[in-house]
Design a protein around this ligand. Structure first.
Ligand SMILES: C[S@@+](CC[C@H](N)C(=O)[O-])C[C@H]1O[C@@H](n2cnc3c(N)ncnc32)[C@H](O)[C@@H]1O
Length: 471
């Protein structure tokens, strides 16, 4: 089992978290934390001297107590939903890591519920699709899937993950464009004395000037070193020469994200760009680091990785349909959108989804570099519960109404006994009211500790999976 649990004895735990051994035993008795053996397997009874507890679970529990959220912990943590022992490469298996995305859940969580509550051939809907985790996992399990998201870039990521590729051709294109940009990048660095070149020097200057003249984005000019900017613009302009253009856009976007002038420890939520060429103290690496000054390094890093990931998914994907709709889930005419698909007219068997949490993330803004680079239209105003609207009572009220409006809109297409699973960090206890306004009843709640995410974020927290059905 995993060392991520940080197993310790009761006495050690008490010392490490500043409590008494009696406190720790009390948490066990009240079902707040679990008992483990030395191998990290959950146990009912422990023989003398062999009982272990998880420091990680204790810390989560104590942080919930501190935030006044202990009451949400009443059912205790579900023993199987922590996924403590799932290694990183499985949480980000095949296409799930084609592009970073703050706020995605892990495929293992989707798999756990789909395997228990649904069958192959069922139709599963995710009205807050994000980067498409439910869709990819559902397809792997031979289910038809439908995803809706308001953000055009999230839909692009999901479409690229879900697409069926001619793997040889896609790999060729990925490596071909990489080579062309690498040649160009080498030229950018070539000294004037070295006259041997594929591009005469004045041509390189012409290309640079043309690329910069066409770049109107202040954001791009501010958040990237000059060389990184030129390289990414050059790559972008080559994309129309290829067949799998969206795949290349997502690959470039991933490289661009990692090429911003941001500290390594703050890739997800950077505040201000670092000065070009100036070292900074890196909390992630515990040493001085320099901000990246180019994009080609990341293009190299992600090109083969992308080709490998799409090939891996291609081997295990099923032939069930994956349907992606860019729309506001409160108002989309889902029936019309599905009319020309293979699942037209089929009642939907269930939902597995994770709505935005109130006031937590701006889903367009997290990918601002991609919107600026490709000029995708933004639909920020239609995001439910964005960070910029905060967590005030008014924001919570709007959130309740927004999420309920989504369920009311899609419920008519669901079977009468459809099963609905909603993953939420419901720290304001809004879901009972959301269920009421949606015409749903809460059947059960599963609580899980979130210590493993695919993206960096703040401290560990607890989330609830609400199991609901039509009222
Ligand atoms: C928590 S994320 C979903 C993450 C997803 N489970 C994954 O693994 O990638 C919530 C998503 O809801 C989307 N969203 C917000 N308001 C929406 C609306 N009105 N209609 C459709 N989608 C919306 C956001 O763009 C965001 O991608």
């Amino acid at each position: 089992m995993s060392e991520d649990l940080e197993l310790v004895t009761i006495d050690e735990a008490a010392q490490l978290v500043g409590k008494t051994p009696h406190n720790i035993r009390d948490y066990i008795q009240r079902g707040r934390i679990r008992k483990y053996n030395e191998l990290g397997q959950p146990i009912e009874r422990a023989t003398n001297g062999h009982l272990r507890v998880s420091l990680k679970e204790i810390r989560i529990f104590l942080s919930l107590v501190e935030q006044g959220l202990e009451k949400h912990h009443h059912a205790g943590l579900h023993p199987e939903l922590g996924f403590h022992d799932v290694p990183e490469h499985k949480r980000t298996k095949h296409v799930h890591r084609l592009h970073p995305y703050l706020g995605k859940f892990i495929p293992q969580l989707v798999e756990w519920f789909l395997a228990r509550y649904f069958q192959p051939d069922d139709v599963i809907l995710d009205p807050f699709m994000g980067s498409g985790t439910t869709l990819i996992q559902g397809n792997e399990m031979k289910m038809h899937t439908i995803g809706i998201d308001i953000s055009p870039f999230n839909c692009l990521i999901a479409r690229v993950k879900a697409a069926k590729y001619d793997i040889t051709k896609a790999s060729y294109e990925i490596l071909d464009i990489e080579k062309k940009v690498a040649n160009f990048s080498a030229e950018l660095n070539r000294s004037e004395i070295n006259k041997w070149s594929l591009f005469p020097l004045d041509t390189i200057e012409d290309i640079k000037n043309r690329l910069l003249a066409n770049c109107k984005s202040e954001y791009l000019k501010t958040w990237f070193a000059p060389r990184a900017l030129i390289e990414m613009l050059y790559y972008r302009d080559l994309i129309p020469n290829y067949h799998y253009q969206d795949l290349l856009r997502v690959l470039l976007s991933r490289a661009v994200r990692s090429s911003r002038l941001v500290p390594h420890y703050d890739l997800a939520t950077p505040k201000v760009p670092l000065p070009v060429g100036e070292k900074y103290w890196c909390r992630k690496h515990n040493r001085f680091c320099y901000p990246i000054d180019n994009c080609i390094t990341k293009i190299h890093a992600y090109s083969r990785d992308t080709a490998r990931r799409i090939a891996e998914f291609d081997k295990i994907r099923s032939d069930r349909s994956i349907n992606i709709i860019q729309a506001d889930s409160r108002t989309v005419d889902l029936k019309a959108e599905l009319a020309s698909t293979v699942i037209a007219g089929r009642p939907i068997d269930g939902i597995f989804t994770s709505p935005p949490y109130v006031g937590q993330i701006d889903y367009h803004d997290q990918h601002i570099y991609a919107y600026e680079l490709f000029g995708f239209p933004r639909q920020d105003e239609q995001e439910i519960g964005p960070k910029k609207k905060g967590k005030s009572k008014q924001a919570q009220f709007e959130y309740i109404e927004g999420i309920a409006a989504v369920f009311r809109n899609v419920l008519p297409l669901l079977k009468s006994d459809a099963k609905i699973f909603v993953v939420a960090n419901d720290r304001f206890n809004l879901y009972p009211e959301i269920a009421k306004r949606s015409g749903l009843r809460i059947i059960d709640e599963f609580h899980r500790a979130v210590t493993k995410r695919t993206e960096q974020g703040d401290d560990p927290y607890q989330e609830t999976i609400f199991f609901m059905m039509k009222a």
